[in-house]
Design a protein around this ligand. Structure first.
Ligand SMILES: [Zn+2]
Ligand SMILES: [Zn+2]
Length: 493
């Protein structure tokens, strides 16, 4: 009986229309048969795979990451320019991981009125190097999982292969070819995004992705431990015999050698513990940098969706956070922030001038949502892994930025495709008004791109959010160490 009820409820939640909606639709004479949606999943998966491939070559001259959306593509372009301007040699290698050769698509997904947003994950061994004469070379190698946010329209026709006649030079191209402007005359177009596209990506440490078998790691870590363990073992032997010769006998060179050899023999065991501890430490690092944000992101998603569903229903937290990440990165990598059409914040000074890499950490929180007239303002913390060029060396760390973004609420979002030539109202020249707000030919301001998110404030939020999770991890570590020491009989419980 109760099972039947459950099934019924499930059936109801799965059907597209509720009974009440059906009645309304029928009364209005609208088709009540759900439109059969074409399966776009293969296209999405292909885009996710293409992105991982294109990203490897993003730093090559003239590279365009076309599987990324407009904003992310521009981020990668600006980053490439920043690295070149600082005369850095940069190389990036992504080798599919040892245990998980294949990526997983659609591990999580969210839907709103128009978009289907999903996460794809790939497992890689990720190596990044930065190099320049007179600088300590930087190399970071780690097994990682790369997460990609793939956004797609839920319905709508695919126009990417349709042809379009350039209104300026008359040459015919496909819509897909015009995304970066007409290749014949350079005319720029304002057009709808050709979904599916990757809108955001980030990496996480993947402890399961190690290539070496455990025994090899144990020996390796054991050997690392010898310079400390050998003197320590001999020292302990000397101390015991020195303080209690009546129990242990006297300390002789033979004993010292025995203990030294002994420490080599047990080193794999010690290496194994060190390896375990390193995994524990890595997990702790994930927890300490993850728990705080994780908790606030959990709450944020709910807060955002509750409040925003009443203001702009066609926006999930995922689409929002990936858009804000891209805009933040554009602000960080831009050398001319005043000309960015979506940046209304003040002068940030040199805060970001030495940033050479910046990736979303997977976390964004949403602290405040405020509605004022035709605008909605959202304030949140964005967690990013930032790599900075400090002249004689390169430094990577997690940083947190408080961001205030706003958007008009009276511009309806539509999934209908549109394309229009962009033309300066003063001199008639065509330029990409998404990248710059002033005409590069005559300097006059173009119409603001006011129907999307605009950044009003970017502020370093410091490390205060870390305090609580850090204290918890510290307390756990202290307990573990005390427990371990008591077990070994070093302290008496
Ligand atoms: Zn043209
Ligand atoms: Zn102009």
């Amino acid at each position: 009986m109760s099972d039947d009820n459950l099934n019924q409820n499930q059936d109801q939640s799965q059907s597209i229309w509720t009974e009440e909606q059906l009645r309304v639709l029928e009364a209005a004479g609208l088709p009540t048969e759900p439109v059969v949606e074409e399966d776009r999943k293969p296209t999405r998966d292909a885009v996710a795979a293409a992105f991982r491939e294109e990203l490897k070559h993003a730093n090559e001259p003239g590279a365009k990451v076309m599987s990324a959306d407009r904003e992310l593509r521009y981020c990668l372009e600006l980053q490439q320019k920043r690295i070149a301007n600082r005369s850095l040699n940069y190389s990036e290698e992504m080798v599919p991981g040892a245990y998980f050769k294949e990526g997983l698509d659609n591990i999580r997904s969210w839907q709103d009125g128009q978009y289907e947003t999903s996460w794809s994950v790939g497992f890689i061994e990720h190596t990044k190097t930065f190099d320049r004469p007179n600088m300590k070379p930087y190399k970071h190698k780690e097994p990682q999982a790369i997460y990609e946010t793939v956004v797609d329209v839920r319905s709508g026709e695919d126009v990417s292969s349709d042809t379009y006649c350039c209104p300026n030079c008359g040459s015919v191209s496909t819509i897909k070819e015009l995304q970066e402007g007409c290749s014949h005359c350079g005319t720029a177009f304002k057009m709808s995004e050709l979904y599916p596209k990757v809108t955001n990506y980030f990496y996480t440490y993947d402890p399961s992705g190690r290539r070496d078998p455990i025994w090899k790691l144990a020996i390796k870590f054991g050997l690392y431990s010898l310079p400390v363990m050998m003197p320590l073992m001999v020292g302990v032997a000397w101390y015991q015999r020195h303080t209690m010769p009546e129990i242990y006998g006297s300390f002789t060179p033979k004993i010292a050698i025995m203990y030294a050899l002994g420490s080599i023999l047990v080193s794999p065991l010690i290496g194994y513990f060190i390896w375990m501890f390193s995994i524990f430490f890595a997990a702790g690092r994930q927890i300490s940098t993850g728990t705080g944000p994780a908790l606030s992101v959990g709450k944020s998603r709910k807060r955002y969706e509750e409040k925003m569903s009443k203001i702009i229903p066609s926006y999930t937290f995922e689409t929002f956070s990936s858009r804000i990440t891209s805009l933040f990165k554009l602000v960080a990598f831009s050398d001319d922030r005043a000309s960015l059409p979506f940046y209304e914040g003040g002068n940030i000074g040199e805060e970001f001038d030495n940033v050479i890499d910046c990736s979303f950490s997977g976390w964004m929180s949403c602290n405040k949502i405020k509605q004022e007239g035709n605008y909605v303002y959202v304030t949140g913390n964005l967690f990013v892994d930032v790599t900075r060029d400090l002249g004689d060396h390169i430094k990577s760390q997690r940083e947190v930025y408080r961001i205030k973004a706003g958007r008009r609420t009276d511009v309806p979002t539509t999934s209908n495709f549109s394309i229009a030539k962009i033309q300066c109202r003063t001199c008639g020249a065509s330029f990409n008004s998404f990248k710059t707000r002033n005409c590069p030919y005559c300097g006059s301001a173009s119409e603001p791109a006011s129907d999307d998110w605009v950044i009003y404030e970017v502020k370093n939020a410091g490390q205060t959010y870390m305090l609580k999770p850090l204290l918890i991890v510290l307390a756990v570590l202290v307990l573990v160490v005390i427990g371990g020491l008591a077990n070994l009989g070093i302290i008496k419980a």
